[in-house]
Every structure is written in structure tokens, then in C-alpha cells.
Design a protein around this ligand. Structure first.
Ligand SMILES: O=C(CO)COP(=O)(O)O
Length: 244
């Protein structure tokens, strides 16, 4: 089984000072988290201060997005090589990027390749909308997204996949652990034991253990609750406890 992972997606929150404080609080409370790999994903501009704050703690740092091109005239964008000097992970294809910024499975796939080529480990986000779920097509949608996003990658075991049903993100309405397990169980067949699968969408202290107790779920991608160090650490402890 892959090691359990709990990642915090801070989204567009925290100033530089707030990011440094939050990262320091997580690092200082690390002993509470149990045996899980922790990843903090602040906004780009805070990557350096977060990296400094967690230096030597074993906590990893991740970005929330990147461009697939290596360099050039792409105003406002950041490349994999730029990130590699600051962090080890990058979230790709988050549903907010898909819905608000036109991200597609094809662009995510290009980014996954660029990330791996640069030595970054991608956390690929997939998940169905409420309409897709109500039409009965959730499993097919998610499988299609995963296949398209990781097409032709040279090392599937170096990809982390996060199942985040769109209807559960930031809504306080988490999927049930059974729904998440059903979707995630068959995603990778023979590779299923070597690709870490995270659940995301309204994860909190009260529900993290139930998700992590599902056999196919290796951890959590946490949004809102990752902005409070004590809650994030408690979620990590719940995941560690459920995974034994
Ligand atoms: O989008 C998410 C993590 O990437 C989930 O966000 P919430 O935990 O705030 O629902």
C-alpha cells in the first residue's frame, strides 16, 4: 500500500505572512499528525516562505497549478522547472481550474507530462458534476478523466490521483465514504496498490477517518479545513489512525 497522504490546498488564501505562520504552525504540531505524508499547497508567491518554514520537518510543499510549456511568452504563467526548485508536488486539473479557467483533460495531460519530466509529482484531480452524477454517469466520467489525464505517462506510480466530486467541494456536502470508495475502487486495476488515491470535498475532522477507512482511499485533499493548522493536523491524525 502507498503511504497515506494528507494534502492541504490553500487555494487563493493567505498573504505571505499568513502563509509563513500557518506553515510554521503545521510544522510545530507535526507530532500530532501521526504517520502520514503531509503536503502544503500555498499560492505560488508563498511557496518559498512555506518551504523555509517546513524545512527539515519532512513536510512536502506543492503548487496548485503550472503551465505545460517550459518557458516563453506566457505572461503570468509558471513552468515546471521554476516550481521544481521550490516544491516537490503540483496539483493539476483541479475542478476550479477546469470550471473557471478552461482547463481540459488534454491540458492536464500535457501538464502531467511536463511535471514528471521536471521531477515534480502531480496530484491529478478528477470528479463529476452534480448533473453528471444525477444522470448516472459518475463512474464513467471519472474513469474517462483519469485515462485522459494520465495518457502515456511513463510512470503511473508517480502520479497521485484525487477524486473530488465537484458537488462536494466547498459546499459542506461531502460524498459518503461508500460513494467515494465505489468510484475509486476500480480506477487502476493492477496498479491500484501503487497509485495513491485521495478523497477531496468538504473533508473535515469529523469525516476524515470514515473516508480513510475505505480500502481504496489512501488519504485526503483538504481545502477549507487546511487553513487552520489544528484542524489540518487533526485530519492527518484521523487518517493515520484509520489506516492503522
Ligand atoms: O477543493 C478541495 C481541495 O482541493 C476541497 O475543498 P473543501 O475541502 O473546501 O471542500
Amino acid at each position: 500500500m502507498p503511504r497515506s497522504i494528507v494534502a492541504g490546498n490553500w487555494k487563493m488564501n493567505t498573504t505571505l505572512d499568513e502563509a509563513a505562520t500557518l506553515a510554521s504552525e503545521v510544522a510545530e504540531g507535526l507530532a500530532e499528525a501521526g504517520s502520514v505524508e503531509l503536503i502544503l499547497c500555498p499560492p505560488y508567491i508563498s511557496l518559498a516562505v512555506v518551504r523555509r518554514a517546513v524545512n527539515g520537518s519532512g513536510i512536502h510543499v506543492g503548487a496548485q497549478n503550472m503551465h505545460y510549456e517550459a518557458s516563453g511568452a506566457f505572461t503570468g504563467e509558471v513552468s515546471a522547472a521554476m516550481l521544481r526548485s521550490l516544491c516537490h508536488y503540483v496539483i493539476l486539473g483541479h475542478s476550479e481550474r477546469r470550471q473557471l479557467f478552461g482547463e481540459t483533460d488534454e491540458t492536464v495531460n500535457r501538464k502531467v507530462h511536463a511535471a514528471q519530466d521536471a521531477g515534480l509529482r502531480p496530484i491529478v484531480c478528477v470528479g463529476e458534476t452534480l448533473a453528471q452524477r444525477e444522470e448516472g454517469g459518475a463512474a464513467d466520467v471519472v474513469e474517462g478523466q483519469v485515462l485522459a489525464c494520465v495518457a502515456d505517462v511513463h510512470d503511473i506510480t508517480d502520479v497521485v490521483v484525487a477524486y473530488e466530486p465537484v458537488w462536494a467541494i466547498g459546499t459542506g456536502r461531502a460524498a459518503t465514504p461508500e460513494i467515494a470508495e465505489e468510484i475509486m475502487r476500480d480506477l487502476f486495476g493492477d496498479d491500484g496498490d501503487s497509485v495513491p488515491l485521495l478523497y477531496g470535498g468538504s473533508v473535515n475532522v469529523g469525516n476524515a477517518a470514515a473516508f480513510a477507512a475505505q480500502p481504496s482511499i489512501n488519504g485526503a485533499l483538504v481545502g477549507g479545513a487546511s487553513l487552520q493548522a489544528d484542524q489540518f493536523l487533526q485530519i492527518a491524525a484521523e487518517v493515520a489512525g484509520a489506516k492503522g
